[in-house]
Write a protein that binds this ligand. Structure first.
Ligand code: NAD
Length: 330
């Protein structure tokens, strides 16, 4: 869906900048880009990410890690063909702890990342989120739904930062002629999520592996649609390498309740953990499911990893991390 102006020719991508590249999604993006023969400059201030996430890439001749807070400035010598803007706290626990940092990276950070793309004549891709739909009154969510967000609620810092980023990206497209795309990513999970980031899957897996009760919010009937990281990254890169502008949903329409998710994780880990219930966070969305028709039609993309398989891989990764930590401690 080209929403503004003429669609440019798909360009050759030789060198990409990934802001937030040492985070969960960013590190997988860096890896996939290098696999495709694209040089990567990874910019990160390690606010919620870690150099450990890209340690395995450090020896790669096409990879460079630069410590940089993109709310201050951004300077990348040499040519750049693509800027993937992923820097931002992303888990509710993180952005509730860091509301100003979240708003700054969504506003000033996005401004600097767009400025870099404009200066270099590069394509720019914004990592937006299903949170722009807020607690949605339409279900599933299509890209033309405007959302139901409380700007002054606790989650507003993240939701509104992303909505502002989308507006800024669109303004650069329409007024500055920058080649931009917006991806609205739905809940994604997989290896390299932080065990303590507060998101449901790492929390449940950690609790199940430790034999502690799983803490399901509310009565667990609220739903999410979970996408395995390889599927999400494939979709993001399909958009990045296309001439589409978005906004475009990337996620897995396979929707399940939080209680069902907790039960599946208990079964997959073979844990004897019980399921307990905690208070529902303020403004927690009751339902969430992407309509991915646009991505299917425009990019020929659809998710291929069933949740059983993705959760199994994720549980195996967390279990291996725990074992390695225990071995190191002994
Ligand atoms: P993450 O916290 O693992 O990664 C974010 C990265 O950004 C971290 O490495 C962090 O250190 C870095 N960062 C934060 N502020 C920065 C700054 N000022 N300068 C430089 N680096 C900075 O989170 P994630 O899950 O990988 O999410 C990455 C992006 O994708 C975010 O923009 C998020 O909003 C978006 N997103 C993620 C999901 C998901 O399910 N994971 C869903 C929707 C959108």
């Amino acid at each position: 869906m080209a929403v503004h102006g003429a669609v440019p020719e798909a360009r050759e991508i030789k060198r990409a900048v990934v802001t937030g590249g040492a985070g969960f999604l960013g590190s997988h993006l860096c890896e996939h880009l290098l696999d495709r023969g694209v040089e990567v400059v990874c910019l990160d201030n390690f606010l919620t990410g870690s150099p450990t996430n890209v340690l395995h890439l450090m020896e790669h001749p096409g990879f460079r890690l630069v410590r940089c807070d993109i709310t201050d400035y951004v300077h990348v010598p040499g040519p750049v063909d693509l800027v993937l803007h992923f820097a931002s706290p992303a888990s509710p626990l993180d952005y509730l702890k860091m509301p100003i940092e979240t708003l700054k990276v969504g506003s000033l950070g996005t401004l600097h990342a767009l400025g870099l793309a404009k200066d270099k004549g590069a394509r720019f891709l914004l990592a937006s989120t299903s949170e722009v739909y807020g607690d949605p009154l339409e279900h599933p969510q299509r890209e033309d739904y405007w959302g139901n967000v409380n700007p002054v609620g606790p989650r507003g810092v993240y939701d509104e930062a992303k909505r502002f980023s989308e507006a800024l990206t669109t303004a650069y497209r329409t007024s500055q002629g920058t080649d931009t795309a917006i991806v609205r990513i739905f809940n994604t999970y997989g290896p390299r999520m932080r065990p303590d980031d507060g998101r449901a899957i790492p929390a449940f897996v950690g609790q199940a592996l430790a034999g502690r009760p799983l803490t399901v919010a509310g009565d667990g009937s609220q739903t999410r649609s979970i996408s395995y990281v390889d599927d999400t990254v494939r979709g993001i890169l399909a958009l990045a390498f296309s001439t589409e502008t978005g906004p475009m949903n990337i996620g897995n329409p396979d929707e399940l309740s939080m209680l069902e998710l907790a039960r599946r994780i208990v079964a997959l880990t073979g844990s004897s953990s019980e399921i307990g219930f905690i208070d529902l966070p303020v403004d927690d969305p009751k339902v969430r499911r992407p309509d991915t028709t646009l991505a299917e039609q425009a990019l020929g993309w659809r998710p291929t990893v069933p949740s059983e398989e993705g959760l199994r891989r994720t549980v195996e990764w967390f279990a291996a991390q725990r074992e390695a930590a225990a071995a190191q401690a002994s």
